[in-house]
Unconditional design. Sequence first.
Length: 615
Amino acid sequence: MYSLNTYLTGIVLMSSMNQAQAQAHTSLPYFADWPKIVSVVKKTQEIEDAVKNLVEKMTLEEKVGQMIQPDLREVTPEEAEHYKLGSILNGGGAWPNGNKYATAKDWAKESDKYYLALERAYAGRGFRVPFAWATDAVHGHNNVFKATLFPHNIGLGATNNPNLIERIGAATALEIATTGLDWTFAPTVAVPRDYRWGRVYEGYSEDPEITYNYASRMVRGLQGELEKGLASDKVISTVKHWLGDGGTEMGVDRGENHYSEENLINIHAPGYFSALTAGAQVVMTSFNSWHNEKNYNVIGNDGYNYKLHGSKYIVNDVLKDQMGFDGIVVTDWNGHSEISGCTSGNCPQAVLAGNDVFMVTARKDWQTFYTNVITQVEAGIIPMSRIDDAVTRILRVKMRAGLWDKPQPSLREHAGKESILGANDHRALAREAVRQSLVLLKNNDNTLPLKSTDAFLVVGSGSNDIQKQTGGWSLTWQGDENEIDRDFPGATTVLSAVQNLVGETQVFTDPDTAPEGSIAVVVMGEDPYAEMMGDIKRSKTLEYSNLKRSYAADLALLKTLKTKGFKTVTVFFSGRPLYTSEEIMLSDAFVAAWLPGTEGGGITDVLFNESGYDF
Ligand code: GLC
């Protein structure tokens, strides 16, 4: 019979062992509470004084202008001048003048228009507040024609190689700088815990340790040593989405997160602790809700729906006060409007919760929101101290980015250098990442490595489909409406990669004409999607062949090939693990290739392993 004392000691030992045990298994420490972040980017007296001086001079209108971030398609340079806007973003599929094929110079020239508009706006004020442009570099500078498309984050997670992440961040930052933009909404440090979620592939891993080890490296790749200033080939990074986007019930995008605070901290937040320590300057608030009594309603009325955009506890009390984050909190795409009682044009709750920049994308909404915030400050609903906190943070980050010292975008060091977009060394880095991302799930009788002396039948829904390879966030938001030659010049599908390697005469695409003994390479996978468009509804399962009729065709093809006696290697493109038991059983070898991007050669590098590239 244990004495009470022994029993309690046992509990203490067990819990300490659990913590020690937890630490023994991963480099990820256990966080008993929200940690104080000590960023490598420290406050300097010079910047703090300069910011304070500006905030004291700025009118309420000028301050609120800094807090508004419309979408490129919904704001003209003249409007940016009139409202004295602090920044704009280009959402997925938004290009200068609606031109999908805009060149680096076109992007930089468009950025000039807004930059110079703001210079005009502050002319005669005795001070200036330079403009900034933010973009989504989800896997390379993916909105931009000819940019290198790296594997999506889920594939990078499979490489388990933090050094690679920093190198990819650096290449991506350089391509962003080439287009004259200042700020990217990356890295995503979501920890996806339900494969039904349409954004699983934007996370590095369901394992918070991988995300923790990667986040700081991506930030350093994108920002460089920001504590010494933002180099001309670096950009401001953003960690997102704060907080718990990967832990919603049933994986519903923008859904309900019901995690305990301890698990929210230790499963969904480690990427932030890592990224913010490495100096990330922006955090993007998440669409999902967090159902916990500590997530109080900032204006007190009942019916609060626990949306993170309205959570003063998580956005202000935890991130800003307890963790000490001194950068910018930016809302997600009209995310404020999903708070109970809010609309896109009216949401004091989101301001009071601690968001600093508001991504209010449509013209009528951002102009209404601007007017309403001014009215709400004048009415005392929003205290001026909240506005000053937001503007202080915005100016602080812009000064850390050296915006006052940079020339207009098109005159910056790397601006307009077309050859940097999709540069050979960037493509080679992407190909290296593809190689390292591949996961071998089966290889019976040493089917792999393949021999280039053999004949090949290359078939399946993904064999020559660049969209299945790139996934979402590729020139367009959904990664659709793209064709390889027109939209991804220089890209390589698996079919063309095999043809490049063994010669076109040895490659067949029709099972009925392929010579006896050909090896079948079956390439299949998910059609592209982004965000909620990729959610697997509760009426479905994770069974690949049952998700779409076209996916069932891949299974039928494997059955036919089996009947015809082909030896089969299957390559599977997906934004998440799916049930492919039957397909694996029908294959002699099976490779999970995630969403590899444009460099399909990385796949044949490993399938043939002629240069020492193995799984
Ligand atoms: C989207 C995404 C976010 C992205 C933003 C701007 O809805 O949630 O990740 O950065 O809007 O495109």
